[in-house]
Design a binder for this molecule. Structure first.
Ligand code: BGC
Length: 772
């Protein structure tokens, strides 16, 4: 049903009505460095009508009561209601469904003076109700088209449910497996985070933010959140200029250039300055140098948290620091609403700063089309038709199977024949219908995923006997529906081994064992750091007991972080990394297990031998005494290898690939020139399969020490048995430049190495020089 009364008809200023309505149908593709003139005129005309309390109100974001992800607000619903009625709220988060969103929007429309519509935000991280693999898992597909497609579906379901804005993608480069939020990003590499982040932004936002099926994206957390010391969430970050500019910021720069409508700042401090109060980051770099005109929202309560950091005396001081630093919207700190007006009167902040922040909010509301119709996204029929549809679930299955990484397949145990007499499906996650949804599952319903047990049953014929045993419980108590998982302490079962006997019994009588172990949904995500990244509870005991009676073990891993697989990889012939794959998890895993899909995923993070190696990443810098085969104790460990157990970029297939004839079309270029790199990739096995061909470079001498290898491109190709394809990459100025000691992005002349291969340990190498 279309709402008949447009809000602007209720604003008594007729010239404004004319301006707004006459520009109604144009495309509002967000270009956050080039402003859309007609939108700017409208923004100015609204701004001209606003009183100071209304301006400040636009900079306030409240949460609904639901799904609080931080310390719950001290202000009650009554306070929020009054503020909404006065038009002193710009946005709400955590209100979902068309009915609730309409009801909340109505409060503003019916009571406030200017009737400026609210924007509704929600953490749609890997799907709305149709749940896709966790972002780390999806990144393992190295398939930018399907990543974009899954974001587009998440946007469609969200927009059809009344939402306008997601707090995604997270593009924090994350290199410490102890950090629970590793699951939420694209792993350890800046290039991969940049291209995957852009794919997600394009998926969420489409070409036109005012389209009924698109939503605004939010690049987060600006910046450095993935570098928390010791992998502890929210922790202090100590990085210098080189690391900040060359590792942390590139994905954000790419997001700004791709037109991400919003950014979120971060909880952490960077070298002593909380990101929320970081003027250099937000005003000078993001809004200055990058000329980005979008909206910066604080993280939940992060303005107020500057008091705990010891950076602000009180909330008033925190509000002053945050606004001055360029944080436009206050999520749940209640600092802006309480103090900005006084700070303005005291001249501690300026009206230009407030107006600039308000403009950014209004601009987004115009881009979303909310001024044309504040109920534009409130249509129950659309909600019914689009959310959790069969088509969306089919895409979720496709994305999930492409995200699976085959880590080991020694005896060629996989793929399994569908004609096997018996299969044991064992483990605490084997029939878990909830963990595959992962953390941050938006409206994904408790226990709604296809478990692996179900997936296997769906795949095989009647002649195959499936024997199931849980073996052990991972946690105590089992996670209950409706509980606030964010606050729930996890207790691992380390005493009850009574189920292991049955697991052994079923393993004994089966041809093969699928052992489904790893982490449950809430072991990763916000506030979920761990010092133990192995198999918690009694899972190791289960593995050893099953191994004793049946050596044909396929470990099916479900997890949200790189795990310590040292013992598992010693004994199990096959390991399949299945992350938390979302709604269709079990079916997607069965597609791979039975060979209907040939696995093609590659790791976006290094898997260590043990937690003591963390943070572990391939693109490290050399020391003055580099580790080598000759000098294994140099810059390494006495009690463990230095290298990864499973390196970045690694993943097997049911076929094999060989690389050869690496060619550069020149040996020397100028900084502005380019070099064509080509390589022949051959499918040397007997099945068709996909391979992710990866390009790495090293700048051998730099004014800042450069990483030993840096990913600079990749292409996923399909090859039939025996087929060879030539894959080409172009290396140019953009590939070679970095943020140098001159504090600028430039190419420094000198020698470069270039490698191509199927993972980051490739040795297929050539060299070239950049000359002045
Ligand atoms: C998280 C953000 C999230 C926000 C709103 C915070 O705790 O750090 O990533 O978007 O909550 O739910």
């Amino acid at each position: 049903m279309k709402i008949a009364i447009l809000p602007f008809k209720l604003i008594i200023i007729s010239s404004l009505i004319f301006t707004v309505l006459s520009c109604k149908n144009e495309t509002t593709k967000p270009k956050h460095s080039t402003l859309n003139e007609s939108i700017e005129i409208k923004v100015d005309s609204v701004l001209a009508l606003m009183q100071i309390n209304e301006k400040i109100g636009q900079l306030v974001q409240y949460s609904g009561k639901w799904n609080a992800t931080g310390p719950s607000s001290t202000k009650g619903d009554q306070h929020k209601l009054e503020k909404l009625k006065k038009g002193e709220v710009g946005s709400m988060l955590n209100i979902t469904s068309v009915a609730s969103i309409r009801e909340t929007q109505k409060i503003v429309m019916e009571h406030s003076r200017l009737k400026i519509p609210l924007i509704f935000a929600y953490d749609v991280i890997h799907g709305y109700k149709t749940i896709f693999p966790i972002p780390l898992g999806e990144t393992a597909s190295w398939d930018l088209n399907i990543i974009k497609q899954s974001a587009a579906i998440a946007a469609k379901e969200s927009a059809a449910s009344g939402l306008n804005w997601t707090f995604a993608p997270m593009i924090d480069v994350s290199r410490d497996a102890r950090w629970g939020r590793v699951m939420e990003g694209a792993g350890e590499d800046p290039y991969l985070n940049a291209v995957v982040g852009v794919a997600r932004i394009e998926g969420f936002q489409g070409d036109d933010l005012s389209h009924i099926y698109t939503i605004a994206a939010c690049a987060k957390h600006f910046a450095g959140y993935g570098f928390g010391e010791a992998g502890r969430d929210y922790n202090t970050v100590n990085v210098g200029t080189n690391e900040l500019h060359n590792t942390i910021l590139p994905p954000f720069k790419a997001a700004a250039e791709a037109g991400a409508a919003t950014f979120m700042n971060a909880f952490n401090d960077i070298d002593g300055i909380p990101a929320t109060g970081h003027k250099i980051l937000q005003r000078d770099i993001l809004k200055g140098e990058w000329n980005w005109n979008g909206l910066v929202v604080s993280d939940w309560g992060s303005i107020g948290e500057m008091r705990a950091h010891g950076y602000a005396e009180d909330k008033k001081h925190a509000a002053e620091i945050a606004l001055n630093a360029g944080s436009d919207m206050d999520m749940e700190s209640y600092a802006y609403e309480a103090h900005l007006e006084t700070l303005l009167n005291e001249k501690k902040i300026s009206i230009h700063q407030i107006d600039d922040a308000v403009r950014r909010v209004l601009r987004l509301k115009f881009e979303l089309g909310l001024f044309d119709d504040p109920y534009k996204y409130c249509n129950e029929q659309r909600e019914k038709d689009n959310v959790y549809s069969k088509e969306n679930l089919a895409v979720a299955r496709d994305v999930a199977k492409k995200s699976i990484v085959l880590l080991k397949n020694e005896k060629g145990l996989l793929p399994l024949s569908k004609q096997l007499k018996s299969i044991a499906v064992i483990g605490p996650l084997a029939d878990d219908k909830d963990s595959p949804l992962g953390n941050w599952r938006a409206k994904g319903e408790y226990n709604s995923a296809v478990s692996l047990l179900e997936g296997v049953k769906n795949a095989v014929g009647k002649n195959t006997k499936i024997h199931y045993a849980k073996g052990v419980d991972l946690t105590i108590p089992t996670i209950e529906p409706g509980a606030n998982q964010f606050l729930l302490p996890l207790k691992f079962n380390t005493t009850d081994d009574s189920g292991i006997a049955k697991a052994v019994e079923v393993a004994k009588k089966s041809d093969v064992v699928l052992l489904v172990i790893g982490e449950n949904a809430y072991q990763t995500g916000e506030g979920r750091s761990q010092t133990n990244i192995g198999f918690l509870g009694l899972q190791n005991e289960l593995l050893e007991a099953v191994y004793k009676v049946n050596k044909n073990i396929v470990i099916v891993l479900m997890n949200g972080r790189p795990m310590d697989l040292s013992r598992a990889s010693e004994i199990a012939p096959t390991i399949l990394e299945c992350w938390h794959l979302g709604s269709e998890s079990g079916n997607a895993i069965a597609d791979v297990v039975f060979g209907d899909y040939n696995p093609s995923g590659k790791l976006p993070v290094s898997f260590p031998h043990n937690v003591g190696q963390e943070p572990l990443y391939y693109n490290q810098k050399n020391t003055g005494r580099p580790y080598s085969n000759k000098h294994v104790t140099f810059s390494g460990y006495r009690d463990a290898p230095k290298k990864a157990l499973y390196p970045f970029g690694f993943g097997l297939s049911y076929t094999t690939f060989s690389y050869g004839d690496l060619q550069l079309d020149k040996n020397e270029i100028k900084a502005s020139g380019d070099i064509k790199v080509s390589v022949n990739v051959t499918n040397t096995g007997d099945r068709a399969g996909e391979e992710v061909v990866q390009l790495y470079i090293r700048d051998l001498v730099g004014s800042f020490v450069r990483p030993v290898k840096e990913l600079k491109g990749f292409e996923k190709i399909m090859l039939n048995p025996g087929e060879t394809k030539t894959v080409s990459f172009t290396i140019n100025e953009k590939t070679l430049q970095f943020y140098t000691a001159n504090n600028t992005w430039e190419v420094e002349p000198g020698k470069f190495n270039v490698w191509v291969g199927g993972d980051s340990t490739t040795t297929l190498k050539k060299s070239f020089s950049v000359v002045e």
